[in-house]
Write a protein that binds this ligand. Structure first.
Ligand code: ATP
Ligand code: MG
Length: 329
């Protein structure tokens, strides 16, 4: 059976961007692949090292979000990155032959460095794509369902796997990225991608009243002042959400917006109903699993399964690199 590795940084609760970018695919594929979901606490700490308590709280949140979205904890292994020592070991090995310039030129690193105001990047931040290669390769994953911003990182992982195999012998598959049709959902501000760090998100756990408030106050087409003015759906945030959550009505909404026969308020109300269809079952599953100890047990079990996979891979890597010193020859 082929393997999937994907996951999230525990920097905040998961939102609609995660859902369309990656979560929806995880849920769909969980029966066809052996699935590992990483709660990437170390990666989160590469930008949030001053607030480890925030990351700790969100490890539970993000795990619960994944289960609420429909992942079956019996089938998939949800685990904490920092509790799998083999990931740290592999990070060191992969760093031996990955050049600094490859990391400096990574477009996602550049965007995020700007976002966080990092002028003098730390070793850990610059190197997180190497650590992410270890996240993906510790279980020798074949497929990585991710949003668009992660594509440069999957390229680094493919390089890391290929080069390791050339240098030391065939150990790692070269994993493929899988991007969904909507690989970058715009945020409520209409400026940039929906992100938990930017305060422009609708969260999976938001209550209906909160969702209504967020949608009703979202910016639409600024050129539409009167209800009958012709609209430009291609620049409208609400239209982007219809594409993600209400695909069957998209042609009709598009033409009536352009003709000015549907107003923004009606269009938003329609969207709110469609979002509820997706989010109500997620909210129900959340309540079912949000009990003391339940999430903790799921993470403990998942992490133990990940450690087993990591031990197996480390054995192969050590053998290939001739660092299996205590093994009898
Ligand atoms: P942070 O700001 O802490 O980096 P984030 O919102 O970018 O948080 P991540 O945990 O970094 O979320 O990303 C988890 C996964 O969700 C990745 O595969 C990422 O590509 C995807 N993703 C995140 N935001 C979006 C979005 N707006 N649209 C589509 N996919 C997204
Ligand atoms: Mg991110």
């Amino acid at each position: 059976m082929q393997r999937i590795l994907t996951g999230d940084r525990p920097t905040g609760p998961l939102h609609l961007g995660h859902f369309v970018g990656s979560l929806r695919n995880r849920v769909k594929l969980q029966n066809q692949y052996e699935t590992y979901i990483i709660v990437a606490d170390i990666q989160a700490l590469t930008t949030h090292w001053e607030t480890p308590e925030l990351i700790r709280t969100n490890v539970r949140e993000v795990t619960l979000d994944n289960i609420a979205a429909g992942l079956d904890p019996e089938k998939v292994s949800i685990f904490v990155q920092s509790m799998v020592p083999q990931i740290a070991e592999l990070t060191v090995l992969f760093g031996l032959y990955t050049s600094v310039s490859r990391l400096k030129h990574n477009p996602t690193i550049k965007t995020e460095a700007k976002q966080y105001g990092f002028t003098d990047m730390t070793y850990g931040f610059l190197g997180y794509p190497v650590s992410q290669a270890a996240d993906i390769l510790f279980c020798r994953a074949n497929l990585v369902p991710v949003g668009e911003d992660q594509l440069p990182h999957v390229e680094v992982t493919r390089f890391v796997a290929r080069r390791f195999n050339e240098l030391y012998g065939e150990v790692f598959p070269e994993p493929r990225a899988m991007v969904s049709e909507i690989s970058r959902l715009i945020g409520l501000d209409g400026n940039t991608k929906m992100s938990k760090s930017l305060g422009n998100a609708i969260y999976l756990k938001d209550e209906p009243a909160e969702i209504k408030k967020k949608v009703m106050s979202a910016v639409t087409d600024p050129a539409r002042i009167h209800r009958t003015d012709p609209g430009h759906p291609e620049i409208c945030t609400i239209f982007a959400y219809h594409k993600a959550f209400n695909s069957s009505e998209v042609p009709e909404i598009e033409s009536s917006c352009r003709k000015g026969t549907i107003g923004c308020v009606a269009c938003k109300k329609n969207l709110i109903n469609k979002l509820e269809e997706t989010l109500a079952p997620i909210r129900e599953r959340r309540v079912r699993f949000d009990k003391p100890g339940v999430v903790e047990d799921i993470l403990f079990e998942g992490t133990n399964r990940a450690i087993k996979a990591g031990e197996k891979t480390m054995g192969l890597a050590r053998e290939a690199m001739h660092t299996d010193y205590w093994k009898e020859s």
